[in-house]
Design a binder for this molecule. Structure first.
Ligand SMILES: [Zn+2]
Length: 409
């Protein structure tokens, strides 16, 4: 797949977005309306809205104040999908210009990047993707050195500074050879004129997209990184305002990290690595202390003669209580029942554990107890657990359990 696309739109051979890519407002007339998968759409006599194609996303904006949610070429016409149906007559078009200009910067930036990568670094572009936050080209090389990426970015920056004019012209397919067009593959059965975009002195290519009028307007192309893909390499980049906005976001994030970590930018990674290692060690230590706590608690519960064993904790989660329940069930006599609770923040966790070999209906006990704690519970075998929001219900739950176990004998 090549990023280039061709101008071939039946009757509307040269829509306004191709003639005047900088036009932000336009007046046209409605040709027909329709619906596609319950989405109302409008077809106009002419349009400044670019339909998705060639790697460039569709424009947004409004027609007669109705939001344009998508624009697509379908069956030889351009459909403007609308938030609500529109009425016949005059259509006043208003483009979401910030979005379009961003696309023009990314798209024209890609033309320049592709041309420089091929001519000076022998890296041929096989695909282009213009995403919401980043763009990428795929090049036909299994690996691209970081040094090459730096040189490529420098070479592109030089052509941006050179402010090379970017222009559009139309030629017959048979004139393409003499026009020195980079790619000449036309779709099967293509007829009509071929649209060429030229970056003076750099590149002539077939394309139906919207372009800036000078490379200076790209502002910059910043390579972000690379990724191996299907025997080739994907090079990520952002151009223009996107690169500046990305830098702004980096600065805001760095400032927050500086104040959180209390170190300079260059020490972020080392500091975070150290903190993560500390957390790993602390987690190991907490786990081992929990195991000791469970063993001691179970030992003390087993030494008590009560049928219903009560145990309470603070700031322990459901997983801790389940471990306690399992450990208790393995060792307690069959007539014993453990009811353990833990209040942590706005929640109360609980576990009901039955002694080994118990025939009691744990499911029924949990169903009686859970509502008093404002929650739900479940489980099977000997260990049942749950979570609620009413710490105040713990006392009532214990009484109910004592009654239930007492009446059951
Ligand atoms: Zn283009």
């Amino acid at each position: 797949m090549h990023p280039s696309i061709l101008c071939n739109l039946g009757g509307m051979s040269q829509p306004a977005y191709e003639r005047e890519p900088y036009r932000q407002e336009f007046v046209s007339t409605l040709q027909r309306t329709g619906t596609e998968k319950n989405r109302p759409f409008a077809v106009l006599a002419d349009t400044i809205f670019y339909p998705e194609g060639g790697g460039q996303p569709a424009d947004r904006g409004a027609i007669n104040g109705i939001a344009v949610t998508d624009v697509q070429k379908r069956e030889g016409e351009i459909r403007h999908y609308l938030a609500a149906p529109m009425e016949a007559g005059v259509a006043e078009l208003k483009l979401d210009w910030n979005r379009r200009f961003d696309h023009m910067q990314q798209h024209t930036g890609q033309h320049l990047l592709t041309a420089v990568a091929q001519d000076r670094f022998s890296l041929a572009t096989t695909a282009f993707h213009l995403g919401e936050s980043t763009c990428d080209i795929e090049v036909d090389s299994a690996s691209v050195d970081l040094g090459v990426m730096e040189e490529l970015e420098e070479a592109v920056a030089a052509e941006i500074r050179a402010a090379r004019p970017v222009s559009i012209r139309y030629v017959k397919p048979e004139e393409m050879e003499s026009a020195h067009v980079r790619t000449r593959g036309l779709p099967e059965g293509f007829t009509g004129d071929v649209r060429l975009v030229e970056i003076r002195g750099i590149d002539i290519n077939t394309c139906g997209g919207t372009h800036l009028s000078s490379t200076s307007e790209i502002e910059m192309v910043k390579l972000l990184g690379k990724e191996s893909i299907r025997g080739g390499t994907r090079l990520f980049f952002v151009a223009g305002g996107r690169a500046r906005r990305r830098l702004s976001a980096h600065e805001v994030r760095n400032s927050e990290l500086r104040s959180l970590l209390g170190v300079a930018d260059a020490d972020f990674a080392g500091t975070v690595r150290g903190r993560l290692e500390e957390i790993r060690q602390l987690s190991r230590s907490v786990r081992s202390l929990e195991e000791e706590l469970i063993a001691l608690r179970v030992e003390s519960l087993l030494s008590s003669p009560n049928l219903l064993q009560i145990s309470e904790f603070e700031q322990r989660d459901g997983a801790f209580l389940q471990k306690l329940g399992r450990s208790y069930s393995e060792r307690a006599p069959e007539d014993r029942v453990l009811f353990a609770t833990s209040v942590a923040e706005d929640s109360v966790f609980f576990v009901l554990a039955l002694g080994k070999g118990s025939k009691r209906e744990g499911t029924r006990l949990v169903k009686e107890v859970a509502p008093l704690l404002g929650g739900r519970g479940g489980g099977s075998g000997l260990v049942f657990q749950g979570k609620g929001i009413l710490a105040s219900g713990v006392e009532q739950a214990r009484k109910l359990l004592a009654d239930l176990l007492g009446s059951a004998g």
